[in-house]
Design a protein. Structure first.
Lengths: 198, 166
């Protein structure tokens, strides 16, 4: 049993350099926890169970879900391996515009969970990035999912077009492996800390 | 700090102009201090209310005119902003209205707007993303944590993200 007290001085250590403490109890039903962790430690959202009086609160951690849309095999491998090695994120990879539309349909029908972050290549064999962004943004339940575009080109018109269509950010794929890997990690790190809606 | 960054590319050497819309002087000071650590920040202009923010981005926004030109600083100096940090709680026009206005005009729609707010209320976050915010960052209570978040925010948008006009 983990006993938390409402004081940052009484924070409990749950891992290397990671401590949690109780911030507040909300309406006797939910609790708000504070998490202290070094900058290089990803902190994922948590789903809180309702508090039923004296019963212990069950804390289940949802994995950060990332939808990667990339048709280039080598690039896809870099992205998925980087995410697998450095994060606990759950990653789904699709390669074409058609697969994106099908994934959106499954999400709308409730057959698949909504992703927390979408990394999308601008140029796919059967669709353009800004078109897909527009389609995703037209779906109510996906409107708030951050979409980060990845592109080999650094065209101002591509950047503008995607941001205008509703993409949250646009990243140029660096030529060197290390630089691209660092960019991917920075993207995930930033978006996992940026406030989102559960 | 910048020289050792492996993510720097030729495209990221462009200097950028940041508009900070924040009525809290202490928060604004901290953000400006953190932003100045990054060599790529050409300028960071601070305004304290929504009206001033819209003025800084050109009268075209408010008048609904075609937006090929920008009027910014006093004296008619033109200024183009590459990134906007926007607080929600502002005197006069609030941050939601500023966000809605900027994201509804062709001239300003593509400028990344990062909401920086003390609120973590679900309905406010939802509303910001529905209005087109590029990101929403909560201001933590602690100074050091806030400094860390601002640096992470700046690092992402300056070093990693492509911005229009680069």
């Amino acid at each position: 049993m983990l006993i938390l007290e409402r004081s940052i001085d009484k924070a409990v250590c749950i891992g290397k350099d990671v401590r949690i403490h109780l911030i507040e109890v909300i309406n006797k039903r939910r609790v708000k926890l504070g998490v202290e962790a070094p900058p290089d430690v990803p902190v994922w959202r948590s789903e809180m169970g309702d508090w039923k009086g004296d019963e212990p609160i069950s804390l289940a951690c949802e994995r950060f879900r990332i939808l990667v849309i990339e048709d280039d095999v080598a690039q896809a491998k870099i992205i998925t391996r980087t995410l697998a090695n450095a994060t606990t994120a759950e990653v789904e990879l699709v390669k074409t515009g058609r697969e994106v539309y099908e994934a959106c349909d499954r999400i709308q029908r409730g057959e698949e969970d909504r992703p927390d972050l979408i990394l999308m290549d601008y140029r796919l064999p059967d669709a353009r990035g800004d078109e897909l962004v527009g389609h995703i943004r037209g779906i109510e339940m996906l409107r708030q999912v951050p979409i980060v575009m990845l592109s080999c080109a650094d065209s101002s018109s591509e950047v503008s077009g995607c941001l205008s269509a509703g993409a949250n950010a646009f990243i140029s794929k660096a030529e060197e492996f290390d630089a691209f890997r660092t960019s991917v990690l920075r993207i995930v790190d930033f978006w996992s800390h940026a406030q989102q809606v559960a | 700090m910048d020289a050792a960054d492996p993510t720097l590319s030729a495209a990221s050497t462009t200097l950028i102009n940041v508009l900070l819309v924040e009525d809290d002087a202490a928060h604004a000071k901290l953000v400006r201090r953190a932003m100045r650590e990054f060599d790529h920040v050409l300028s960071i202009r601070h305004v304290e209310d929504g009206h001033a923010a819209l003025d800084a981005l050109g009268a075209a926004c408010r008048l609904g005119c075609g937006a090929d030109s920008w009027t910014g600083e006093s004296g008619g100096e033109e200024r183009r902003y590459d990134l906007i940090l926007l607080d929600l709680r502002l005197p006069g026009i609030d941050g939601f209205e500023v966000l809605r206005t900027l994201k509804s005009h062709d001239a300003t729609r593509r400028i990344p707007i990062v909401i920086v707010s003390t609120s973590d209320r679900r309905e406010e976050i939802e509303r910001c993303y529905a209005l087109g915010a590029n990101a929403y960052v909560c201001k933590p209570i602690g100074f050091e944590e806030w400094l860390r978040k601002v640096r992470a925010l700046a690092s992402f948008w300056i070093h990693v993200a492509g911005l229009p006009g680069r």
